[in-house]
Design a protein around this ligand. Structure first.
Ligand SMILES: C[S@@+](CC[C@H](N)C(=O)[O-])C[C@H]1O[C@@H](n2cnc3c(N)ncnc32)[C@H](O)[C@@H]1O
Length: 273
């Protein structure tokens, strides 16, 4: 066998085919997943998926480090969201009752938003801003965290920004009591904002400069405990650069989607210790 391989390696074309086959093994399964997704899913943008169980453990470990809490506390927050049947039912109904149902799946899949939730539960923010709302999945997840915090005596308010006047249809029902959407250009809305921001999530215009300018716009509203999350940090260095320029720590958590072709994005985390 070893000598056959040695012969194969010496013939350029055979070695080429062997090497291409070896490399393509990492991707071929993805095409099968793309085919399955093409048939079973209705989504065509802002893909949703669950994270693998190992990935959720890494996420909990990362958040525990950032928030100075123990791992068990954070994994319990993650499980709290994953087991929230009321929220799951609400999202299913809100999606089915909307005009957007043709482009949405029936199952609620939070992906990296599980990390947003756990952070909001851990630091009990008085003010959360999420720029870029889309359907409002992040909005509802964050408002669900604020609802649980309120039951524990910690009040907080969510503000989403979106340039699309139709964005945010999922933020409704009892979750609407915990937040609102500021319609218009995100930087214009942020420029008017006056309160201290405890948790800021960038997920609007994903150009590198726009993202950086959002951070610059809210810089004076941060306190030493404020945490900034970047939803574009798998692609842009804006949050890493902003963190360096402002002596803040920066970490990147990489998503590992479960049974999905999408390679995953992640969460950039900027914080002070
Ligand atoms: C990736 S989606 C947001 C997804 C959402 N955060 C979630 O958790 O599902 C990006 C959103 O940013 C909005 N957007 C793009 N440019 C914007 C801008 N300049 N100001 C405000 N919103 C903007 C888009 O309308 C879109 O709804």
């Amino acid at each position: 066998m070893k000598s056959l391989l040695r012969v194969l390696k010496q013939v350029w074309i055979l070695n080429f085919i062997r090497r291409i086959y070896q490399a393509s093994k990492y991707y071929n399964y993805k095409y099968l997943q793309i085919l399955k997704w093409g048939i079973a899913s209705r989504e065509d943008t802002n893909y949703t998926y669950h994270l693998t169980s190992d990935n959720l453990i890494c996420l909990a470990q990362t958040i525990a480090l950032v928030t100075n809490k123990d791992y068990q506390t954070i994994i319990q927050y993650i499980n709290e969201l994953e087991n929230n049947k009321e929220l799951e039912k609400y999202l299913l109904e809100a999606t089915q009752n909307s005009d957007e149902r043709k482009f949405a799946d029936k199952e609620a899949r939070y992906g990296r938003r599980v990390g947003w939730y756990a952070l909001a539960r851990a630091i009990k923010p008085k003010t959360i801003i999420e720029t870029g709302v889309d359907k409002g999945l992040g909005s509802v997840v964050l408002c669900a965290a604020l609802e649980k915090n309120a039951l524990e005596g910690y009040q907080g308010r969510y503000y989403g920004t979106d340039i699309n006047p139709k964005a945010g249809y999922l933020l409704n029902g009892k979750y609407k009591a915990f937040g609102e959407i500021l319609y218009g250009d995100s930087i214009a809305s942020l420029s008017q904002f006056k309160d201290t921001i405890d948790l800021f999530i960038n997920d609007s215009d994903h150009s590198v400069n726009y993202e950086f300018n959002e951070y610059k716009t809210i810089q004076h509203l941060l306190n030493p405990q404020s945490i900034i999350l970047g939803d574009n940090s798998h692609f842009s260095n804006s949050l890493s650069r902003f963190s360096l320029e402002n002596n803040r720590h920066f970490l990147f958590f990489q998503e590992k989607p479960k049974n999905h072709w999408y390679p995953g994005c992640g969460i950039g985390i900027s914080f002070l210790k």
